[in-house]
Structures are given as structure tokens and as C-alpha cells.
Design a protein around this ligand. Structure first.
Ligand SMILES: [Zn+2]
Length: 310
């Protein structure tokens, strides 16, 4: 055994330089699979977190990452399900390309894509994302949701009731949170970035004040044993989501009081948000960007909050 191991190692060492030369400059898309609970798994590639339900009724995906990850997800689904690995249903939590990138791949293979009406509207028309300085052309027909809903939808699937609930004016204007009620797992979409300041897409109808109220509404619906799946980051608990909500409230109050005192956004950024939140700004959204999102949300907060919210 020892000899075999040594032999394998030396072959591996011999092969390494060649393998390294053969490697393309960018890493091959790969997907990691983590069992969550019951029929549910967390799949992670490069974009938003993906939850998959696998069972007697087939496969259901919540979100589907970047376009170039399609084949990697298909391989992951084949190995979990032991079948051809094609989802019957794909739910999009919102329209962003790091959550809907493989829609066309699944749509072409017969999966039914489900999303809130505003997701359909944005995917089917040209979108300008000023924040990323990016223009997104209309998606091909196969990538578009086939089933849309204004407020909510429920699927009876793999022994669970999957409640898909729209929360308006949060991260965008078309975000849904997906509750697996029997397994007690919730996929937050981008209404939750674990331990970091969130991206709030003001250009797509998002608003920090409504976002905060939406997170509070979800907290009321879940309990201490709920497994919380963020849009980005590791699996979390209700207590983690409460801390995120506390951050949203505290930093918003701080920015609002600065503005009320007549400070500019730059002056508030120079003062900072306090050491408690230092590590939260080390990801994709830094503290000055987050302060900018809050300040830009306040003038529209009343309109956003007037929208009905379950
Ligand atoms: Zn997003």
C-alpha cells in the first residue's frame, strides 16, 4: 500500500509540470456540493449560491450562477441525482447575471423557469447597470421565465411546500425569497450577503430602507432552527441574519443622522461606520460604497416603504 502510494505520488509529481503547462490561464469552472437538509443541497460555483432539491419529483434549482458554469452544474446535478441531471424547475431569485446565467442552458433542455414578473421584464429588455458600467442585451427566449407571478407562488415538490415570496424594492424590484417549509431552509437571494455589506441595485429599483424592512419580514417568518442560505457566502443561521439586520439598521441610522446634521456623503465616509463593521467592508462592497447606497436610498424610502409587504 505504502509502495503504491509512493508510486502514485511520484507519477503525480512527474505529471505536474506537464499538467501545469496544459492548464489554461483561467481556472476551469467547478462546483462544490454541500448537503443541507432532507432533499436539499447547496451548490457553489462563482456567482450566487444555488440550492437544489433532488427527489422523487425530480430536480428543482434555485438560482443558476454564471453562463460559463452550465456544464459544471450539469455534472454536479448528474452526480447528486444519479440521473440525466436536468431540472424540472428553475426559480430565479432576481434577474442579475450571476444568478440567472445558465437559464438559457436549462431552458433549451426543457426546464421551466419561474420568476417574479419584474425579473421577466428586465431579462427580456436591454438593461444598463451604471454601477458595473455594463449594458445587458435582452436574453434569448430560452433564458426567459415561463411562469411568472406578481406576489407569490407555491410548489409542492419532493415532499416539501416551496413558498416563493416576492419582497418589493429591496435588492432590485423583483426579488423573491424561497422558503422550503418542511425542511426549514430559506434561500434569501441577494437579500442577504453573509457578514458583508450588500450590493443594493438602486438602478434596478432596489432601496436600502425597503431592503432592511424585507429582511425584518423574513426574520419574522423563520425560527432558530432554520438554515439560512445567503445569496453570497456560507450557510447561516437566524442569529447570523439578525446580526446582518442589526448592521443594516445601525449603519442606516448613522448615515441618516450625519445627513441630518448637514454632513456630506464624503464627510460621513471620512468618519466611517465604526470599528464594529470594519470587516464587513472588505468584500465586494466597501464602506464608502455602502454609505453611498444608504444616502441615495433615503429620498426614496417613503415610496419604497409604501409598497405592500407580507
Ligand atoms: Zn444580485
Amino acid at each position: 500500500m505504502k509502495y503504491l502510494l509512493r508510486l502514485t505520488l511520484s507519477i503525480a509529481i512527474l505529471l505536474t509540470p506537464l499538467a501545469a503547462l496544459a492548464q489554461p490561464a483561467t481556472a476551469q469552472p467547478s462546483v462544490t456540493t454541500t448537503p443541507i437538509q432532507g432533499s436539499l443541497y447547496l451548490l457553489q460555483g462563482k456567482g450566487g449560491n444555488v440550492v437544489v432539491s433532488v427527489g422523487d419529483d425530480g430536480i428543482l434549482l434555485v438560482d443558476d450562477d454564471y453562463t460559463e458554469y452550465a456544464a459544471a452544474y450539469h455534472d454536479a446535478l448528474k452526480s447528486i441525482a444519479g440521473t440525466v441531471g436536468l431540472p424540472r424547475f428553475v426559480i430565479n431569485t432576481h434577474w442579475h447575471f450571476d444568478h440567472t446565467g445558465t437559464n438559457a442552458y436549462w431552458g433549451e433542455r426543457g426546464s421551466v423557469i419561474i420568476a417574479q414578473t419584474n425579473v421577466y421584464e428586465r431579462l427580456s429588455t436591454r438593461q444598463e447597470m451604471a454601477f458595473f458600467k455594463r449594458v445587458l442585451e435582452p436574453s434569448p427566449r430560452a433564458a426567459l421565465p415561463v411562469v411568472t407571478y406578481a406576489d407569490s407562488l407555491a410548489l409542492r415538490f419532493n415532499g416539501d411546500r416551496v413558498d416563493v415570496q416576492h419582497y418589493p424594492s429591496g435588492h432590485t424590484d423583483g426579488d423573491s425569497v424561497v422558503f422550503f417549509t418542511a425542511d426549514n431552509v430559506v434561500h434569501m437571494g441577494d437579500h442577504y450577503f453573509k457578514d458583508s455589506f450588500p450590493f443594493v441595485d438602486l438602478g434596478s429599483g432596489g432601496n436600502v430602507i425597503a431592503y432592511t424592512a424585507n429582511v425584518a419580514a423574513v426574520l419574522k417568518r423563520i425560527d432558530d432552527s432554520t438554515i439560512v442560505v445567503p445569496g453570497h457566502g456560507a450557510l447561516a443561521t437566524r442569529a447570523d441574519l439578525e446580526r446582518f439586520h442589526h448592521m443594516l439598521q445601525t449603519t442606516t441610522a448613522l448615515v441618516k443622522s450625519g445627513l441630518d446634521k448637514g454632513l456630506s456623503v464624503e464627510q460621513i465616509s471620512a468618519q466611517g461606520l465604526g470599528r464594529e463593521w470594519d470587516s464587513w467592508g472588505r468584500g465586494f462592497i466597501d464602506a464608502p460604497t455602502w454609505i453611498g447606497f444608504i444616502a441615495a436610498s433615503i429620498p426614496f424610502a417613503d415610496a419604497a416603504q409604501a409598497a405592500p409587504r407580507p
